[in-house]
Design a protein. Sequence first.
Length: 205
Amino acid sequence: MPLSLLISIAGLFLFGWIAEEVVKDHTQRFDSAIRGWVHQFSSPAMTTAAKTASWIGEYGVIIALALALVLFLAFGWRRAALWLAVTQAGALVLNLSLKYAFHRPRPTPFFGSLPHTYSFPSGHALFSFCFYGVLAGLLVDRIRSRMARTLIWIASSALIAAIGLSRIYLGVHYPTDVVGGYLTAAIWVSSMITFDRLRTRERTA
């Protein structure tokens, strides 16, 4: 069984468990504790950094996606461009569907205004994981240098984590929203990888 399929199944079970706890409002103590712990580190510099990371997870993704698609097509990497486009399109559908399915109200924000969309799962966490994670994977597959590949994965992971943490720091999401966003992205991306590998096997069989 492919590792990607195992990740998809495990992620689905974890998401189902967290979603059930969210619906039953059993995560309030956990969410409040994490929000309070993160908020104690607040400062003007941290707030600026969090707002920057949050911007990168929203408008930054849109700009970077458009730029990546143009560059990939210019280099003749049509398969990579298709991967990015399908991944983000699927992430958009999942984000909207799940938000309206759970209807979880937003927490009271620490900084900035309250977004008008529902809270669970975090769209920033979902989109950043799908885009920066898949982009890193596509670039690593085309780079021979082990050091460069390692740096790409480290940078991508740090950026994804910073974006999710920024949403908790700003107070516009519960921690379980961010975890739910990451799990949704992991399920979606690993499912795509599994489907792609199965299709490749059928062609070469």
